[in-house]
Design a protein around this ligand. Structure first.
Ligand code: SAM
Length: 275
């Protein structure tokens, strides 16, 4: 299969997931509509966005995009995702929380096609939690980010640490089992009836393709596209239950109990496009 075919099959998979996700406890849409931000403490602390124009890549059905605007004072956010069902739900939620399209707009596009769809550039480009795994080519991804950043603009990502990617979901503190490649040699093709938000949706489009991206590849793709790294932080918790044996704390950060020496499960990176 080529990259286009991987993306098309992933789009069918995500289109269907996006029908189910708004009804899950994982996404808790009621709490969001009741005023709770879906953003984590991490990105709220590390990224200054008030009054800025923000582009949110792979926004899913828009909860974080809308939280930036409603709760963090972003002047305007454009959310982008290739799943049409996700974009439709995002627009409905935008209307339900009373934000105008001037404040929050949602665009249906494959990330790689974005420069052909959207001409604007932004002060901030944001991406978080479960994004680059779905992208076959980070060099093209980084060029899209640079294209849509204003000179002096900031790119920020928080996502799963590449170190954690290879381990089987049944891994424990005593036995970390390697199930996938660390290096991006080929697609990781899997078939699931659901997702991290629920394992039994009864999906028709079960198959999806992910891609391992080592930290060196992430950083080099961004610097090759002209960005300057401002920080790269590594954290010993996961943003989802990566392994069955993980347990959450009060901040919804997932830990492997009894792990004697901390391991990195999440990273955040901030980079600037020089003026
Ligand atoms: C795990 S979700 C996004 C994470 C977000 N933090 C959330 O939980 O709502 C991954 C998103 O990436 C989108 N996606 C995957 N590949 C894409 C592509 N090539 N172009 C645009 N969106 C893509 C999917 O549709 C999905 O909405």
């Amino acid at each position: 299969m080529n990259d286009r075919e991987y993306i098309e099959e992933n789009r069918d998979h995500w289109d269907e997931l996006a029908e189910h996700h708004p009804d899950t406890d994982y996404y808790d849409v009621e709490a969001f509509l009741g005023g709770e931000s879906t953003l984590r403490r991490l990105e709220r602390k590390e990224l200054t966005v008030a009054g800025k124009r923000l582009l949110h890549l792979q926004c899913h059905f828009g909860l974080d995009t809308l939280s930036w605007v409603r709760d963090e004072g972003v002047a305007h956010a454009t959310g982008v995702d290739f799943a049409s069902t996700a974009i439709e739900t995002a627009r409905e939620l935008r209307d339900r929380v009373g934000l105008s399209p001037d404040r929050a707009r949602f665009v249906e596009s494959d990330i790689y096609e974005l420069p052909a769809t959207l001409e604007e550039s932004f002060e901030v480009v944001f991406s978080s939690y479960g994004t680059i795994y779905w992208l076959p080519d980070l060099n093209r991804w980084a060029k899209v980010i640079a294209t849509h950043l204003e000179a002096g603009g900031i790119f920020y990502i928080a996502d799963g640490h590449p170190f954690a990617g290879p381990f089987h979901y049944e891994s424990t503190a005593d036995e970390l089992r390697v199930a996938h490649p660390f290096f991006n040699r080929e697609a990781i093709t899997e078939s699931f009836d659901g997702s991290y938000a629920g394992w039994d949706f009864g999906l028709e489009n079960k198959r999806s393709h992910g891609f391992a991206h080592p930290m060196g590849e992430i950083v080099t793709a961004l610097t090759d596209a002209g960005l300057q790294i401002e920080f790269l932080h590594e954290y010993p918790w996961s943003f989802f239950q990566r392994f069955d044996a993980m347990e959450p704390d009060e901040d919804d950060r997932w830990w492997l109990p009894e792990l004697e020496h901390a391991l990195p499960f999440t990273f955040s990176l901030k980079a600037k496009l020089p003026a």
